[in-house]
Design a protein around this ligand. Structure first.
Ligand code: 13P
Length: 281
């Protein structure tokens, strides 16, 4: 069933686990996420990005994701991820998403606050929750590439949180989006300091390829939503590669599709168990 971001994040915060927030780009990845959540009895966050919506078609993806959430046997938060375009964010709000993320993190502080408030004010009238980002998690996010990785500044994070009253706050502590991350060195002291001063649930983007023990340490220090995109894309592609290596002459979309689903599901289950959200539905 579709549920709210805030309900799930506050529960996770209280019980000391994190919600896996998975991106999907096709039907197979979406089915794998829902099946993994049901098998593990875990609440999860199902995330749609602008480029995924562009690929699948906005109306198709709305219908697909809403149906999946409403039919699921476990709580699913339907989340619009990395919204750069406020018009599209408002469409997701109108379509019935549980929550939306605005990413104006590369803009000047005042502009980030102003745009976040625009989204917050609109979302509140529809009972939808909002995540926004302070500092900047760089790398390959959605279809954009940004080189800079700006750590969150503690004072700015506090001020931003007070001014915008967002429901979830994405912070930059050393992760980056995509596959090639260089050396991953999370700033645990910074996370600890932010978590001691900000009670709003904290979000970690760019969490694929980050060692699970580092993510588990981040959970202990206060992260309650962990975004995973690339690791599921890799699992989907690897599943297809393996299938066609073993069955070079096959062409049945239902067979290779099912194989890809199983491979993505395995990866999703690894994250669910590592983040401790299993059996928390
Ligand atoms: P990764 O692709 O690095 O997992 O990042 C995903 C993400 O943060 C989506 O918001």
């Amino acid at each position: 069933m579709k549920t709210s971001l805030k309900t799930e994040l506050l529960k996770a915060q209280k019980l000391g686990y994190a919600l896996p927030a998975f991106n999907f780009d096709n039907l197979e990845m979406m089915k794998a996420i829902i099946e993994a959540a049901e098998e593990e009895n875990s609440p999860v966050i199902l995330m749609v990005t602008e480029s995924a919506a562009k690929y699948m078609g906005l109306d198709y993806v709305f219908a697909l994701a809403l149906t999946a959430c409403n039919k699921a046997k476990v709580p699913i938060v339907l989340h619009w991820d990395h919204g750069f375009d406020i018009t599209l964010i408002k469409k997701a709000i109108d379509a019935g998403f549980s929550s939306v993320m605005l990413d104006s993190s590369l803009k000047p502080f005042d502009e980030n606050v102003k745009e976040t408030l625009d989204v917050v004010n609109y979302a509140r009238t529809k009972g939808v929750e909002v995540e926004s980002e302070i500092g900047h998690v760089g790398g390959k996010e959605d279809d954009r590439n940004s080189k800079s990785n700006g750590y969150s500044d503690i004072n700015q994070a506090i001020e931003f949180n007070n001014l915008t009253k967002v429901d979830a706050l994405a912070i930059a502590i050393g992760t980056s989006h995509g596959l090639f991350k260089g050396e991953i060195k999370l700033q645990f002291d910074l996370l600890k300091e932010i978590a001691s001063k900000i009670k709003t649930p904290l979000v970690l983007h760019g969490s694929s390829q980050v060692p699970l023990k580092d993510l588990q340490k981040a959970i202990k220090l206060g992260i309650t939503k962990i975004n995973i995109g690339t690791d599921l894309k890799i699992a989907c592609a690897d599943g297809l590669k393996q299938y066609f290596t073993e069955n070079p002459n096959d062409f049945d979309a239902r067979k290779y599709g099912r194989f890809a689903i199983e491979n993505v599901k395995k990866q999703a289950i690894i994250k669910i168990r590592a983040f401790g959200s299993n059996n928390k539905a």
